[in-house]
Design a protein around this ligand. Structure first.
Ligand SMILES: Nc1ncnc2c1ncn2[C@@H]1O[C@H](COP(=O)(O)OP(=O)(O)OP(=O)(O)O)[C@@H](O)[C@H]1O
Ligand SMILES: [Mg+2]
Length: 708
């Protein structure tokens, strides 16, 4: 038996071991295994729908009880339920809880020992598994061998259901897009007879449609509960008008609530650190949590918080899905979030026990400008419109505008949230459970003061956000729409890597035109040094190299290049085979830097994207790609998978235009500008030469100097 020791029989006494679909029998299972008296909301409907073989799309608020919608079917019928989940931490928690209840559940992930994995695979290979619930990552599902196993089980009629948890991750319109979820689109074709249950707490109609289309759901029953969270009180505090600074205001507030459990969300990692220190000094037990901490530290913060050793976690959005502490009384946003969807999810982590809880958002003019700046620059130039990146950028800005409206509205905040998700709201719904309904005069007074404050500063309401900030944006923020954030393995995909993140920021954003050159170079330098520190410490600890480039990462990069090529195609009026061209360019990067590791590979991808976005002649692009696209339509680099001559050991962050293959050199390829060349070109244009980065050799020497 794979699923751990059984504490009680799988079926309640008298139920027999046959399929149960009637209300009473299902209720018996609920009481027997979970100890709950009744089904909540639309749980029963969802369960009966999927058990009848029909697809179902289940939209329930955070903490609404979505998990039971696939856990009960797993207990009601012989065979297994496959659950796709985006985070290993999430799978671990659920499997541990199920095992404790004596339910045969397992997960498969890279964090398990080979022995534990084999045990699960052996069980599956029997074609008649003893498991009831198997949790997997989307990456694993995409592997042909695994799908073959599932097909065998399905052919025997023993794969009862595929549940896609956090299904919004499949949509690039959503706030939490995970490229790896895209791979789930093929499930329907591969396992046509298995019903699919998609579950999410994301309420945006556009995302919902995208989820259903992407998963090829067949005539699904759409079950949507109200997204109202009646036990959460919503409040906005205006940073510009506070008597004290924000940190002091927050610590006073938390102290006034007593020793409560709280999450404080910040945009930047440095803010997490600073604020956590401030709170600790004020006598509030707290710790910072963000993707810049190593996973051991993050796990220990999470454990301490779950076990109430600390009360407050000060975190970036890396503290996300799967955080299952029910008695969170306060969720505070110290900076304005980038979208209502994100805000709803994050604030929704309060009061999962249905008891009164609070959402507090600190709203400030500077934050607003900064977020607007980040969002405007996180995508392409957006001048021409039409490309998918432009559309994403426009969407980000309109999503953010809703968030600003939430902060600057004088009407009910609850109503505004729910209307954003397309719900019709009665004026009596709130019952004074937001500051605007409870203290309308005070909120109106603050808004008046805010207008005066901005008037003094020559700002208008909202338009303040539309004026551009000249401030440098700290690239260590995790405001993340993760379409740029490549999930590179089946590991916890909230993990990210400082060096990588910096490069991604530089490669993907157009911050370059505004951010100071020195600052950019400093960031590159930091990333490079961090890379070497990591290499060293990795070697010392004898650990596996986390810098390895996985297939999943390569796929994400191809996607990234496809988008860039599409934009180039539009801009230069070209006809390209996007798929083939992206494959070729990716292969070129991989061939060159595959062995050197992720950091250099990212850097090369960044150079390629920059080249694509700055190349002015269509013939340059055509030349480059026609050289790379042989007549037989296979990508030449595929036959050159492993580089033998590794110039990449030069280890600079840029390529020196000596790129690709001897072939390329012979045919005088237009060179890909290195980062320094790119910077240099800009500088020449603005008549500000800089000696130290003016050529590759210079950068190389600089690097060597740093390493000695
Ligand atoms: N019928 C029920 N009666 C009482 N409690 C329930 C019932 N169904 C679920 N719960 C409890 O509600 C809590 C939230 O459930 P669950 O984690 O499944 O929510 P969720 O909808 O998946 O939320 P999220 O979107 O945050 O993942 C859990 O503690 C769960 O045990
Ligand atoms: Mg859930």
């Amino acid at each position: 038996m794979v699923g751990g020791e059984m504490k009680k029989p799988l079926v309640p006494p008298g139920a027999g071991n046959k399929e149960v679909t009637g209300r009473e029998a299902l209720l018996k299972l609920l009481r027997w295994h979970f100890g709950y008296a009744e089904f909540r909301g639309k749980q029963l409907e969802a369960i009966q729908t999927v058990m009848s073989g029909r697809d179902c799309f289940c939209l329930m608020p955070t903490g609404g009880g979505k998990s039971l919608c696939y856990q009960i079917p797993a207990l009601a019928k012989t065979g297994i339920v496959l659950v796709v989940s985006p985070l290993i931490a999430l799978m671990e928690n659920q499997v541990a809880a199920l095992k404790e209840k004596g339910i045969a559940a397992e997960y498969l992930s890279s964090t398990m020992t080979a022995q534990a994995k084999n045990k699960v695979h052996e069980d599956l290979a029997t074609g008649k598994p003893s498991l009831r619930l198997l949790y997997v990552t989307p990456e694993l599902l995409a592997m042909p061998g695994f799908l073959t196993k599932l097909t065998k089980i399905s052919d025997k009629g023993l794969l009862n259901l595929i549940a896609i948890d956090e299904a919004h991750c499949i949509s690039s319109w959503g706030h939490d897009f995970r490229p790896s979820y895209r791979k789930l689109s093929s499930l329907r074709d591969r396992l046509p007879n298995v019903p699919i249950l998609a579950l999410t707490a994301t309420a945006a109609p556009k995302v919902q449609r995208d989820v259903m289309d992407s998963l090829n759901l067949r005539n699904p029953l759409v079950l949507q509960s109200s997204f109202n969270r009646p036990n959460i009180y919503y409040e906005v505090r205006f940073k510009d008008l506070l008597e004290h600074d924000t940190y002091t205001d927050l610590s006073n507030l938390l102290i006034s609530y007593g020793d409560v459990c709280a999450i404080v969300y910040c945009l930047e990692r440095t803010t997490c650190e600073e604020l956590s220190i401030h709170l600790s000094k004020s006598g509030i037990s707290s710790a910072a949590y963000h993707a810049g901490l190593n996973s051991k530290l993050r796990t220990s913060v999470l454990d301490d918080w779950i076990s109430s050793k600390i009360q407050v976690v000060v975190a970036t959005v890396a503290f996300g899905m799967g955080i299952d502490r029910k008695d969170v009384r306060v969720v505070c946003h110290i900076n304005i979030p980038k979208s209502m969807e994100g805000f709803y999810q994050e604030s929704g982590r309060a009061g999962r026990d249905q008891l009164p809880a609070r959402s507090i958002l600190y709203y400030g003019t500077e934050d607003c400008k900064k977020m607007k700046y980040i969002l405007s620059n996180a995508s392409s130039k957006g001048k021409k419109g039409g490309s998918s990146e432009d559309r994403l950028s426009e969407k980000s800005l309109s999503d953010f505008k809703l968030m600003v409206e939430y902060c600057e509205a004088s009407g009910c905040r609850r109503k505004l949230i729910l209307e954003c998700f397309g719900e019709k709201v009665s004026p009596y719904l709130c019952r004074k459970s937001c500051d605007a309904c409870k203290h309308p005069d005070m909120v109106a007074k603050y808004l008046g003061e805010l207008a005066i404050f901005r008037g003094n500063q020559k700002y208008g309401l909202f338009s303040v956000c539309m004026s551009s900030s000249t401030k440098t944006v700290n690239s260590y923020s995790e405001f993340g729409n993760r379409d740029d954030e490549v999930s590179d393995s089946e590991d916890d995909i909230s993990d990210s890597d400082d060096g990588d993140e910096v490069e991604k920021c530089l490669a993907n954003s157009k911050v370059s035109s505004i951010m100071g050159l020195n600052q950019k170079l400093d960031i590159l330098q930091q990333a490079e040094e961090k890379y070497y520190r990591k290499q060293d410490s990795g070697k010392q600890a004898g650990k596996a190299d986390k810098n390895v480039i996985s297939e999943a990462l390569r796929e994400s990069i191809k996607q990234r290049l496809r988008i860039a090529l599409q934009e180039t195609q539009l801009r230069l009026n070209l006809m390209l085979d996007l798929e083939l061209s992206a494959n070729y360019l990716e292969n070129e990067c991989y061939r060159k830097y595959g062995k050197a590791g992720k950091s250099f590979y990212y850097s090369q991808v960044g150079s390629t994207v920059r080249w694509l976005s700055s190349t002015e002649k269509a013939s340059d692009v055509e030349n480059r790609l026609s050289i790379g696209t042989p007549v037989n339509n296979t990508c030449p680099a595929e036959s050159l998978a492993a580089p033998t001559d590794h110039k990449s050991t030069k280890t600079e962050f840029q390529t020196c235009g000596d790129a690709a293959s001897p072939n390329n050199a012979a045919q005088k390829l237009p060179p890909i500008p290195s980062f320094s060349e790119y910077v240099n070109k800009k500088m020449t244009k603005s008549h500000q030469p800089r000696d130290d980065v003016s050529n590759c050799e210079g950068a190389d020497v600089k690097k060597k100097a740093r390493l000695t």
